[in-house]
Write a protein that binds this ligand. Structure first.
Ligand code: ASP
Ligand code: MG
Length: 424
């Protein structure tokens, strides 16, 4: 029996009852002969509440003190969990990210892990303890300040520790039974996926699926760590995410479509009246990049022959919208455009699956399903294994359900149970 890393999300440890329930599960894994490392998130909506609090004392909290504040959430849950385990007669020790050897760069609020040196975790395990680690945090190699990894970063902590400790599996416990063919909060007939390739999971995560963080899947793929996503509320087996199908590729026919993802966290900026000449797009996206904003889709219209002007639209996280508008306004003299339009009432729907490469009808069926549902398409983008459209935000849920049905993904039963969480 090897070492397992288990990660429990905020909704799994939302209250004292949850913590006790999770403690029992952890002890069971230990009793089965595993060495157990647990990564835990802040209780329930604690992180959001801490952010609300910070915003009441400072208009745009950020940087060092913001990280100091947010990491407190995970320290509460790690200590309570260790206490609950001890109460069941087993040894447990909790560690902050820094104590667990999670070393990051010095970018506050979205630090990247650059090394993991889990010496103290090893020692704790060798002495027979269950090791509990605070998720979503580390320590900067340069400044020695406490950093956070960005929202949802506990998944990344778990996979990084699993890689550094050479764990046999990284189990991500959440409030649903695994990865579904669509968000079970929107599609009641979503189906649980037994196994999904890292490649498809990366696209789903990049397209707005919230069950696993993109960065965590990327990390797991790089270090070849199998992830098992499952519910901490039911005993059911969940979804395996790995580079190779554990059953071998020959035995299982590849699904053409893995799932439908949606995202309502983006906004659209249209730069109106851009001169249609070389260097214009470069100037626009240089200004955006200099403001350290990641963009998603880009569309340039054909220019009007009479004016020689064109429009360029792109999507970006809503949270970065104001920063982007400011950056473009500042560079207006250089770029030369008429005006900017900002629209945060958009949504994105994506269809993902490796089978798309070899099935030419997929795009047509996708557009047909949207049209049958009366959904208007505003932007389109594709990769080899994904097709995404931007629509009105109000249309997103209907669109997801229509596409899910059109591709035969609906299950016969309502198996998509949401056990907890506020979806916040
Ligand atoms: N508590 C942090 C958050 O809510 C980290 C996590 O849950 O993974 O973003
Ligand atoms: Mg959380």
């Amino acid at each position: 029996m090897g070492l397992v890393v288990q990660k429990y999300g905020g909704s799994s440890v939302a209250d004292a009852e949850g913590i006790k329930r999770v403690a029992k599960r952890i002890v069971d894994a230990k009793k089965n002969g595993h060495q157990v490392v647990v990564v835990v998130s802040a209780m329930g909506d604690t992180t959001d509440e801490l952010i609300d609090l910070a915003e009441q004392v400072s208009p745009m909290p950020a940087g060092r003190e913001f990280d100091m504040l947010l990491t407190a959430g995970e320290r509460i849950s790690m200590a309570l969990l260790a206490m609950a385990i001890k109460n069941l007669g087993h040894e447990a020790q909790s560690f902050t990210g820094s104590q667990a050897g999670v070393i990051t760069d010095s970018v506050h609020n979205k630090a990247r892990i650059i090394d993991v040196t889990p010496g103290r975790i090893r020692t704790a395990l060798d002495e027979g303890n269950i090791a509990i680690v605070a998720g979503f945090q580390g320590v900067s190699a340069d400044s020695k300040d406490i950093t956070t990894l960005g929202r949802g970063g506990s998944d990344t902590t778990a996979v990084a520790l699993a890689a550094a400790l050479d764990a046999e599996v990284c189990e991500i416990y959440t409030d649903v039974d695994g990865v579904f063919t669509a968000d079970p909060r929107v599609v009641k007939k979503a189906k649980k996926i037994d196994w999904i390739s890292s490649e498809d999971m990366l696209e789903l995560a990049a397209s707005g699926s919230k069950v696993l963080l993109h960065r965590c899947v990327e990390y797991a793929r790089r270090y070849n760590i199998p992830i098992h996503v499952r519910s901490s509320f039911s005993g059911l087996p969940g979804t395996w995410v790995s580079n190779e199908n554990p059953q071998g590729d020959e035995q299982v026919e590849h699904a053409i479509i893995s799932g439908v993802a949606h995202d309502v966290s983006e906004a659209k900026i249209t730069v109106v009246g851009v001169p249609d000449k070389p260097g214009e797009a470069a100037a626009i996206f240089r200004a955006i990049a200099d403001a350290e904003i990641n963009i998603d889709m880009i569309v340039q219209n054909v220019s009007a022959a009479s004016t020689g002007l064109t429009d360029i639209s792109f999507t970006l996280p809503k949270a970065e919208g104001h920063k982007a508008i400011d950056a473009l306004e500042k560079a207006k003299g250089q770029i030369g455009f008429d005006s900017l339009r900002y629209d945060d009432q958009i949504g994105k729907i994506s269809l993902v699956g490796a089978g798309m490469k070899t099935n030419p009808g997929v795009t047509a069926s996708f557009f047909q399903a949207l049209s049958d549902a009366g959904v208007n398409i505003e932007l389109i983008s594709t990769s080899e294994i994904r097709i995404s459209v931007v629509t009105r935000q109000d249309d997103v849920n209907d669109a997801v359900r229509a596409v899910h049905t059109a591709f035969g993904l609906d299950s016969d039963s309502d198996e998509a149970v949401v056990y907890g969480g506020t979806g916040r």
